[in-house]
Write a protein that binds this ligand. Structure first.
Ligand code: NAD
Length: 301
């Protein structure tokens, strides 16, 4: 975490105090920002209040005196409707950062609404999950103007360890879904390799030793091996508790498939990965970590 520096934009309205939003808001407050939070859910608001965050009962209440509004919401329709509500009351020159994972088209719509209201705007989805949100080690993938990135930089540096400026509005969401499509595909590849090894009578730890130092090495094997007791500690060693839930992987793959179809891109493996994660969710395994795909593939049965 970068230490907080004296700067102009110190008042934050934080909207969406769920699994990700609350720890992000807490890190900002701990670093000296004045945070006012809002969530639609009473449970989330009460939880945030118990954790020392000032909460109010409307989104407008959280945003009206804020220099920066950060949203961490479930999907593009919600993020867009909250942005519409807030941009009508926020003075020009303030900054809206949407860190939710949403579709590229909605992200671009939010940028366009912000431009019309004279607001600065960033789409800044994250990688790193709840652990990264709590530890302040998220990676932000950021789209927007250079001016908006400069204005948001100090807050992003507190919530994360790295912010990659990816380009114009929507570029952060585009980077996020491309990364997560690759992750979904590579995890299934890792699961298939370990499942095949078992059928061939090859010791799983031996395969890990080979792959993790060979051309098949990748994050899904080296850091997040789907086989219990093999490689560094991962959700496989914790009964596949997430981690990163299979339902969230399916959400991101669906976003990637919709974007691919709109852009006319060929994503054959992405489509296969989407179908497999859809099946996992249909079987009621959506709340397991996405590496539990290995069980669906028959590895541990
Ligand atoms: P969550 O469901 O825990 O939190 C979302 C919160 O938004 C909830 O508390 C909900 O009550 C609130 N909300 C819904 N509609 C609202 C509205 N109109 N106004 C105010 N609050 C509203 O979800 P999360 O896990 O915190 O994820 C948030 C976003 O981050 C999602 O877009 C998700 O895809 C993304 N993300 C999650 C993870 C993860 O590991 N959980 C990792 C990376 C990205």
């Amino acid at each position: 975490m970068t230490p907080f520096k004296e700067q102009e934009m110190t008042k934050v309205g934080f909207i969406g105090l769920g699994n990700m939003g609350l720890p992000m808001a807490k890190n900002l407050q701990a670093a000296g920002f004045e945070v006012v939070g809002f969530d639609l859910s009473d449970t989330a608001r009460n939880g945030a209040e118990a954790d020392g965050i000032d909460v109010v009962t409307t989104a407008v209440g959280a945003a009206e005196n804020a220099d920066i509004v950060i949203t961490m919401l479930p999907n593009g329709d919600i993020a867009k409707s909250v942005a519409e509500e807030l941009l009508s009351i926020m003075p020009a020159g303030r900054l809206l950062i949407d860190s939710s994972t949403i579709d590229v088209a909605s992200a671009r719509d939010i940028h366009s609404l912000a431009r019309t209201s004279g607001m600065l705007c960033l789409d800044a989805p994250v990688s790193g999950g709840v652990g990264g949100a709590s530890a302040g080690t998220l990676t932000f993938m950021v789209g927007g103007s250079a001016e908006a990135f400069d204005a948001g930089r100090s807050s992003l540096d507190i919530m994360g360890q790295k912010s990659v400026f990816c380009g114009d509005g929507g570029a952060g969401q585009a980077a996020k879904i491309c990364n997560n499509m690759l992750l979904g595909i590579s995890m299934i590849g890792a699961c298939e390799a370990f499942a095949l090894a078992e059928k061939l009578g090859l010791d799983q730890a031996s395969l890990f030793d080979v792959v993790s130092t060979s051309s098949g090495s990748c994050w899904s094997v080296n850091t997040y091996c789907p086989v219990p007791g093999v490689g560094p500690q991962s959700p496989a060693d914790n009964n596949y508790l997430p981690g990163f839930a299979a339902s969230l992987m399916l959400k991101d793959l669906n976003l990637a498939m919709n974007a691919a179809s709109a852009a006319g891109a060929t994503t054959t493996m992405g489509a296969e990965a989407t179908a497999l994660y859809k099946k996992m969710n249909e079987l009621g395994q959506g709340e397991q970590d996405f590496s539990a795909m290995i069980n669906l593939l028959g590895k541990l049965t």
